[in-house]
Design a protein around this ligand. Sequence first.
Ligand SMILES: NC(=O)C1=CN([C@@H]2O[C@H](COP(=O)(O)OP(=O)(O)OC[C@H]3O[C@@H](n4cnc5c(N)ncnc54)[C@H](OP(=O)(O)O)[C@@H]3O)[C@@H](O)[C@H]2O)C=CC1
Ligand SMILES: O=CC(=O)O
Length: 327
Amino acid sequence: MGKKPVVVVNGKAREDALAYLAEHVEIRQWTEATKMPRETLKEWLREADGLWSVRPLDIDGDLVKDAPNLKVVAQPSVGYDNVKVDELTAAGIPFGNTPGVLNETVAELAFTLIASASRRIYENMNFVTDGQWPKQPTGCVVGKDLSRRTLGIIGMGGIGVSISRRARAFGMTVLYNNRHPRNDDNLYMTTYKSLDELLALSDVVCVMAPLTDETYHMCDAEFFKEMKSDALFVNVGRGKIVDTDALVDALNNGEIDYAALDVTDPEPFPADHPLLKTGKALIVPHIGSYTDRTRYEMCILTADNIIAGVNQKPLPACVNEEVNYKE
Ligand SMILES: NC(=O)C1=CN([C@@H]2O[C@H](COP(=O)(O)OP(=O)(O)OC[C@H]3O[C@@H](n4cnc5c(N)ncnc54)[C@H](OP(=O)(O)O)[C@@H]3O)[C@@H](O)[C@H]2O)C=CC1
Ligand SMILES: O=CC(=O)O
C-alpha cells in the first residue's frame, strides 16, 4: 500500500471527525496548549498534502508558498474572512468551508438572542437569582413584542433565510438588505429594502452578512443614528462589521435601545469593556453553530473536503471552485 497523504491540523479539533479523517490520511496534529507558531506551521506544511485550519489562523499566499505538495486547505466554518482566497487560488489550492449544514442551528441562536433580548430575559432572571422577585407590573423589566413588529436582516443568505422563517412564524414582518435583491421574496414572504429604508423601518436589525472590505465597520455612528431609538441591534455575522465604540455611544445616548451579540470585536471580549457597563447588551461568546450535532456535521464536511482535496477531486464545499488544481 502507498504512503497516505499527510494532513496538518494546527490545533485542537473534534476527535471523532479526526478519527474518520485518519482512515484516509496520516494526521500530524499540533497538540500543545499554546497556539502553533506560524513559522512551525510553515515548516510542517513543507511536507504536507492538506491543512485542517484551526482558528484563529491567517491563511494567505505566504503561509503556503513553501508547501509544494499542499493540495487543499479546509476549515470547519462557513465564514472565511481569515483567508485570502485569491492567494490560495493563485497557488492552485482549493479552499473548503462548511455552508448549509449550520443554517438552522445558527438561525436558532440568532432567534434566541432576538427573543431573549426583546423580553429582557437576562435582567428579569437576575431578580429571581437575587431573591428580588418583582411586584408586577412596575417592578420587572418590561419587554417588547415580536409579533406585529419588523425584523430587518442585513445579509439574507442561507442563514438569513432560516432566521426569516422563524420570524414569520412569530408574526413579524421581515425586510432584508443584500447587495443584490433575491428572487424568492414571495416564497419567504420577505421584502427587499435599501439599507437606509431597512434601518428606518425595523424594530429589530439583525446582521448576518460576511465580513468583507465592504462590510467592515458597516455599523458605524451614522448607521445607529438611522435606526429607530427603541430598536434592538443584533449581530451574529462577524464582530468587525460593527464599530464597537459607536455601538457603545449609540446605547449610552439612547439612539438605539439594546444590543444582542454572538460575535464581538475583539474576541475574546474583555469583561471590563464599556459595552458591558451600558447595562443594555446581551452577549454570548460566538456560539452560533455550537451544538454537538452541527459541529459534528461541520467537522465531517471539513474532513470530506480534505479527503477530496488530497485526492485532487472536486471538494464537496469549495469556495474557489475556479481553482486550477496543482499537477
Ligand atoms: N456567529 C456564528 O457562529 C456564525 C457566523 N456566521 C457568519 O455569517 C455569515 C453568513 O453566512 P451564510 O448565511 O452561510 O452566508 P451566505 O453566503 O449564504 O449569505 C451571506 C449573505 O450576505 C449578503 N451580503 C454580502 N455582502 C453584503 C453587503 N455588503 N451588504 C449586505 N449584504 C451582503 C449576500 O448577498 P449579496 O451577495 O447579494 O450581497 C448573502 O445573501 C458568514 O460569512 C459568517 O461570517 C456564519 C455561521 C456561524
Ligand atoms: O462563525 C462561524 C462560521 O461558521 O463562520
